[in-house]
Design a protein around this ligand. Structure first.
Ligand code: FES
Length: 112
């Protein structure tokens, strides 16, 4: 009898060159808005909406290892997703990424 196991599902999201240009890219995957960036020499993926008032984080910027929301300037740690100390809000979800034949893929099933 063959055992049926859980299989990871990776979603292709963009070409790696698009992220290396330094742009913040958003993608809607299975009703989830994802933000993509090139960070620490690799693809990075996290929630595309700010947990404060749901502004699109693609309108923000990355500075000093933090993702900044353009609407009210909350910032989130790129490594943990945690908000800065001024805010009593949830952090942003982070997702695992990989590069498969120059295509960036995101795993939504298993947060980073
Ligand atoms: S909506 Fe992002 S800080 Fe308010």
């Amino acid at each position: 009898m063959t055992e049926v196991g859980w299989e990871e599902r990776w979603e292709p999201v963009c070409h790696v060159a698009q992220l290396k240009e330094g742009r913040l890219i958003e993608r809607l995957i299975k009703s989830t808005l994802i933000l993509l960036a090139w960070y620490d020499e690799g693809p990075w993926a996290g929630s595309g909406l700010c947990p404060h008032q749901f502004a699109r984080l693609s309108e923000g910027w990355i500075q000093s290892d933090r993702l900044h929301c353009a609407r009210h300037q909350a910032s989130f740690c790129m490594r943990s997703g945690d908000p800065d100390d001024r805010w009593q809000i949830n952090g942003i979800k982070l997702y695992r990424t990989r590069i498969n034949d120059e295509i960036v893929e995101v795993n939504l099933d298993d947060p980073a």
